[in-house]
Design a protein around this ligand. Structure first.
Ligand code: HEM
Length: 445
């Protein structure tokens, strides 16, 4: 029996977090078991629900509802219509999906990863993310669940070596320098009209290119940026691979990105080989993966490295920048919190990630970071980075990037919104429709 599950609570914020999985790596968590039937009438043990149109299933519904600004309604409608805890649907070319909803589902999934459930991607994502003709990856895609689990653990351990808290703290000076440079050269000159979403994306992507690839050339960064935008747009489009479609463009651009990365990897490899092993200083994830063997002493091959780097860049593409955008929005709307942040000289990532289910977070629409004080939210109700063995490997990186950036911005400027009631739209991550234009007010001293 194939059963495909996805977890979410009732809240839009959490839905956003979960939707991030689809986009950036990244980012839906899908769990599978086997399904048996293609009949329209489900066998008795399948959850209630509809699989919609052939191939596209209910994808259009999800995208349209997201564009109207309420992607959570895709869940709410079906939870009401079919069942509040579990329902079946079909998205992004996969007809056997089941959504699990609420904290109990979170607990179940996080604690049963690799036991009762395993992570899995929609077929359409594989077309974008797996290199063509790579026997290792193609065989992995069709290999047994236990091989996939082991492989995923191996890759995760290698990547976490670079992204874990202790390791990533070494890069705070780089983050700080890039943030200062960015604010000075991009934000300050446009002071009376800074479109936050664009600037935040530019900053987080430039920093990711530097810390993950050691690429600092602005032209190369801009070229990567254009291609990544297309890849992300294609990931969330109807998966029709035909010239001119977003999906087709995403496949082409993902291939171009990998090709460029392979060239970069070859150059870097040669540079590494010319050096004495002990004199190599690791400054980026790519170099880390080139020289760090797994537990069996095996190094990743070039294609694997390129694929993994693409995954990290996609996973981190919109997530941190959207978070920065919303922190700025909420701080502009709630100046008393700005003052506290300024006085404390520190900001906290979690203030942004409010959960909107009143059953767990009273008055969920209100921006109230104090809700995270004291004992904080109930277990499994606040899971912005997921949980269990697949918890976001970029969470320490994201937290630090956001903290360092906010520290630098808050210590130089206050700001006010230029569009008072900018609508929030979801594409599929949430962002203010006008991009959050703000006016910066430098501190007097
Ligand atoms: C505010 C920023 C971010 C949020 C809210 C976020 C959230 C998440 C969530 C909810 C997951 C799924 C976890 C699970 O399945 O249990 C995830 C997965 C992932 N994230 Fe993040 N993330 C953020 C930033 C980043 C960044 C900056 C990177 C890369 C540097 C990154 C890399 C990844 C990767 C590679 C995965 C897939 C993990 C796997 O499947 O094993 N994330 N993220």
């Amino acid at each position: 029996m194939d059963l495909f599950v996805f977890t979410s609570t009732l809240s839009p914020t959490l839905l956003y977090t979960s939707l991030c999985l689809v986009i950036f790596t990244i980012l839906f968590l899908f769990f599978t078991t086997k399904s048996s039937s293609k009949n329209s009438t489900p066998p008795p043990k399948l959850p209630p629900g509809k699989t919609g149109w052939p191939i596209i299933g209910e994808t259009l519904d999800l995208l349209l509802i997201g564009r109207k600004g309420h992607p959570e309604n895709f869940l709410h409608d079906r939870m009401q219509r079919h069942c509040p805890d579990i329902f079946r649907t079909s998205l992004f070319g996969d007809s056997k999906m089941t959504f699990f909803c609420g904290p109990t589902a979170h607990k179940f999934l996080f604690t049963n990863e690799n036991k009762l459930v395993g992570a899995w991607w929609p077929k359409s994502f594989n077309k974008i993310f797996l290199s063509e003709g790579t026997s290792a990856l193609n065989s992995l895609a069709t290999s047994s669940a236990s091989v996939q689990v082991e492989e995923s653990k191996r890759v995760r351990n290698l990547i976490s070596g670079f992204l874990k808290r202790d390791a990533i703290q070494k890069y705070i000076p780089v983050m700080d320098a890039v943030a200062k440079h960015h604010i000075e050269n991009e934000w300050a000159p446009k002071g009376d009209n800074v479109v936050v979403i664009d600037m935040a994306k530019k900053f987080t992507f430039e920093l990711a290119c530097q810390l993950l690839l050691n690429v600092t050339d602005s032209k190369q960064v801009a070229k990567f940026d254009d291609r990544f935008r297309n890849v992300i747009a294609g990931m969330m489009s109807v998966p029709i691979d035909f010239p001119g479609t977003s999906f087709n463009r995403a496949i082409k651009d993902a291939n171009l990105i990998r090709k460029e990365l392979l060239t970069l990897i070859k150059e870097r490899k040669m540079a590494v080989q010319q050096k004495n092993k002990d004199s190599i200083i690791i400054r980026d994830l790519l170099s880390h993966l080139l020289v760090t063997p797994d537990e069996d002493g095996k190094l990743m091959n070039d294609v694997e490295i390129a694929d993994k780097i693409v995954g990290q860049l996609i996973a981190g593409y919109d997530t941190a920048s959207t978070t920065i955008t919303f922190i700025l929005k909420y701080l502009a709307e709630n100046p008393h919190f700005y003052d506290e942040v300024f006085k404390a000289n520190v900001t906290c990532w979690s203030v942004h990630s409010t959960h909107k289910n009143p059953a767990f977070f009273p008055n969920p629409e209100k921006f109230d970071p104090t809700r995270f004080e004291g004992d904080g939210p109930l277990p499994f109700t606040f899971v912005p980075f997921g949980g269990g063995p697949r918890m976001c490997p970029g969470k320490e990186y994201a937290r630090l990037v956001i903290l360092v950036f906010m520290h630098n911005l808050v210590t130089r400027f206050k700001w006010s919104k230029l569009i008072p009631n900018d609508k929030i739209i979801f594409k599929p991550v949430p962002f203010p429709e006008g991009g959050l234009p703000i006016c910066l007010h430098p501190h007097k001293n």
